[in-house]
Design a protein around this ligand. Structure first.
Ligand SMILES: [Zn+2]
Ligand SMILES: [Zn+2]
Length: 268
């Protein structure tokens, strides 16, 4: 960092001191976001081979036999590929919750760098448009900001890919987490609307969300995009995904049992 910029950042940090949302130490960085470098480096990553379509980490036996999880074998998803930076656990889960629920919109800046890393590692770029899973206007008013749109804009700044803003959530929906699979699908049926979709025809799209649970929301949006806009490719990119267990080769989502982690599923 040039000396003048370093002094400006230090001066700003002295004027407006802020603690790291995870370790509470004093944070100094040029994006003025409340996540220190040490905690940023410690955010959990997904490792190892995963389902070719939905990106869920696969145990070795299923990987060798199929390369695809049981859910995608039963019903191929309407998107081309989904990838996430890390599991929805530990520090990553904590920082996403701070971002969404505790009013830290500037966390979108370091979190967008995680999206860039995850998308780059999975060859999702280049792309033509970035789209954010839209919030219902009532939810945006309650929260004061739209966290997914902030992520999309921060990623757009990094990658120089424009953000498409013609997706709308036109029906109020319950949070997906903790709902049974059939209820999740009912919850998002017809919940979205596409405006000016002709701009997306034959284009490569990146659909952004913060957390992927069962994928019902991004699947509903992908079906809408496929039928209304006919894009060339739909890639889903999220910060985190809920963990899954494999019982006798079949995939079980942790969230289907109201748990937040694989260890909680085993304990239930
Ligand atoms: Zn920290
Ligand atoms: Zn899969």
């Amino acid at each position: 960092m040039p000396l003048v910029k370093t002094l400006r950042v230090l001066f700003q940090s002295l004027l407006f001191p802020q603690p790291c949302v995870l370790c509470k130490c004093w944070v100094v960085n040029d994006s003025f976001s409340p996540l220190c470098i040490t905690c940023n480096k410690k955010l959990e990553k997904l490792k190892g081979p995963c389902c070719r379509f939905c990106g869920v980490p696969l145990p070795g036996s299923i990987l060798i036999q199929w390369g695809i999880c049981s859910s995608c074998r039963s019903l191929p998803p309407p998107y081309d590929v989904a990838r996430a930076y890390g599991p929805y656990e530990g520090r990553l889960r904590a920082v996403i919750r701070e971002f969404k629920f505790h009013g830290w919109p500037r966390l979108s800046i370091p979190l967008a760098s995680l999206l860039e890393e995850a998308g780059g590692n999975s060859d999702l770029f280049p792309a033509d448009w970035i789209l954010a899973v839209p919030l219902h206007p009532r939810r945006r008013r309650e929260r004061g900001f739209d966290q997914t749109l902030l992520l999309a804009k921060a990623l757009s700044t990094r990658l120089k890919i424009p953000v498409f803003t013609g997706l709308r959530r036109v029906r109020w929906t319950q949070p997906q987490f903790g709902l049974e699979p059939a209820a999740r699908q009912r919850n998002v049926d017809g919940a979205f609307q596409l405006c000016q979709g002709e701009a997306l025809g034959s284009r490569r799209l990146i659909l952004i969300d913060d957390v992927l649970t069962s994928g019902a929301t991004v699947s509903e949006l992908s079906r809408l995009l496929r039928t209304s806009a006919k894009p060339e490719r739909i890639s889903v990119l999220t910060l985190a995904r809920t963990p899954a267990l494999f019982l006798n080769g079949w995939r079980v989502e942790a969230s289907e049992r109201g748990a937040h982690s694989v260890s909680e599923v085993i304990a239930k």
